[in-house]
Design a protein around this ligand. Structure first.
Ligand code: ARG
Length: 473
């Protein structure tokens, strides 16, 4: 191109050092914003025409040119030139090369500062929907798996020590709750970002009569920003979005950790399907849960993005600073990682089997029924603190005798507490205890069944909702 692609180059005497060209460019990673940049530019041009700042014919040429460029990029025919710096300049330069004079009017009343802020918001709005649908898919996989294990009992752990008996379904449904909070957090984030910064210009707005509400409306923003200085520099939503991704990753890592432990020979609770394991190059017997380990590890990368984003924002002087260009590296990385991990986890959950026989064979260990025995005593009129002490000494007695609580005879029980009757035996044993939970949200079969019915309805309805409702409009 004979004429400089950057109008601001007229301001500077020399050509940039090639090192500078490479260092300042964001084209290598912001190309994925191209669709949003183009729809944003079309809305901006439309508004310029409405405000008589460009003619109808110029608008037509701009629109057609932009649509062609969009097709060229989509089909891989577009020639990207890193001296254009970023996707905004690459598209504008291509438009000018294509349609000439009208192309030079597109940037009227606009700066890349408000342009990029708008593009990111538009990208994120769509990205949030993709993440939400992946979360829903994973939740459905958990609910389906839970449906297979409504009555099967497993130990619940606190401090990774055997605590109380629960049904496997309740354990699985605990993840549906965690991911539901992620879904809601992302929905809230989607509402918060749906504000148009367009028309804020470089920092102070414009002396031209721009109709900010028109561009906002065309792009489906629910409102405009109300302070141009803040609007061009606000990336709070980027930190918030990455935080939401980080919590998704946290929840995935907790599941991954559980199942890495549960699939070990020491536990033997679950069988991760062969398609999600790898073997060892040296030890022929190995079935390693590498996929789960990577899901666990990738959480660290997402936390890294969050820390990077927050650090980029810290102590920036007011207004746009080039520091903000680096936001995209981290929002894209966090989102890509979480997307991939959600897909992978959904596949694993859909193919995992619990070894119910092995689990129930080991339920006698660890006095899982001790708490229920104390509650039995409460129902017999014993104060809880006293009941706690009585059961504590019964457990110590059992350990010495090498017996389980259910194996003690009535005399042995009576020696510790005269209130214990023959009905005690219905309250002992992991399966009996799990079937006796009565509180709402408890980890028994009755509650699991109710939760499965709730989630099945809720998640099916969510999948059939039109986009607008899902976004909570
Ligand atoms: N590539 C830049 C970014 O992503 C666009 C804005 C540049 N603005 C400027 N005044 N240099 O933030």
């Amino acid at each position: 191109m004979g004429e400089s692609k950057k109008s601001w180059e007229k301001r500077l005497a020399g050509q940039p050092d090639p090192l500078t060209v490479d260092f300042v460019q964001s084209l290598s990673y912001d190309t994925r914003l191209y669709k949003y940049d183009i729809v944003g530019s079309i809305a901006h041009a439309q508004m310029l025409a409405e405000q008589k700042l460009i003619t109808k014919a110029e608008l037509k040429a701009i629109k057609e040119g932009l649509i062609e460029i969009s097709q060229e990029i989509a089909e891989g025919r577009f020639k990207f030139d890193k001296t254009c710096e970023d996707i905004h300049m690459a598209i504008e330069a291509a438009l000018i090369a294509k349609i000439g004079e009208p192309g030079k009017k597109l940037h009227t009343g606009r700066s890349r500062n408000d342009q990029v802020a708008a593009d990111i918001r538009l990208w994120m709005r769509d990205e949030i929907e993709v993440l939400q649908s992946k979360i829903t898919g994973l939740q459905k996989a958990f609910v389906k798996l839970a449906g297979k294990y409504i009555k099967d009992v497993m130990p619940a752990y606190t401090h990774l020590q055997r605590a109380q008996p629960i049904v496997i379904a309740a354990y699985l449904l605990s993840f549906v709750e965690q991911f539901e909070r992620d879904f809601i957090r992302l929905k809230n984030c989607g509402q918060m970002i749906n504000i148009s910064p367009l028309g804020s210009g470089a920092i102070a707005g414009s002396t031209l009569p721009l109709d900010r509400k028109s561009t906002a409306k065309q792009l489906g923003f629910s409102d405009i920003s109300y302070n141009s200085i803040d609007a061009v520099a606000d990336r709070d939503f980027c930190a918030e979005f990455i935080f939401d991704c980080a919590l998704v990753a946290t929840h995935l890592s907790r599941l991954a950790e559980d199942w890495i432990i549960y699939s070990s020979s020491e536990f033997g609770f679950v069988r991760i399907d062969d398609s999600y394991c790898t073997s060892s190059s040296m030890m022929p017997q190995k079935r390693n849960p590498d996929v789960l380990e990577l899901i666990r590890a990738k959480t660290g990368s997402v936390y890294g993005s969050l820390m990077a984003m927050l650090t980029i924002l810290k102590a920036q002087p007011s207004g746009y600073n080039r520091d903000l260009q680096e936001d995209k590296i981290h929002i894209f990385a966090a989102s890509d990682t979480v997307r991939a991990s959600l897909d992978m986890t959904r596949a694993i959950v859909s193919h995992t089997k619990f070894n119910t026989k092995e689990i129930s064979a080991g339920l006698g260990e660890g006095f899982l029924d001790a708490t229920a025995l104390a509650e039995y005593l409460v129902r017999k009129g014993v104060a809880f603190r006293e009941a706690h002490g009585i059961v504590g000494s019964l457990v110590a007695y059992c350990e010495k005798q090498n017996k389980k609580l259910a194996e003690l005879d009535l005399d042995e029980f009576k020696q510790h507490c005269t209130s214990i009757e023959t009905d005690v035996y219905e309250n002992l044993g992991a399966a009996n205890v799990a079937s006796k939970y009565v509180t709402e949200g408890a980890a028994g079969p009755k509650q699991a069944k109710e939760q499965i019915a709730y989630w099945t309805g809720e998640l099916d309805a969510r999948c059939s909702m039109p986009d607008a409702r899902r976004r909570g409009k």
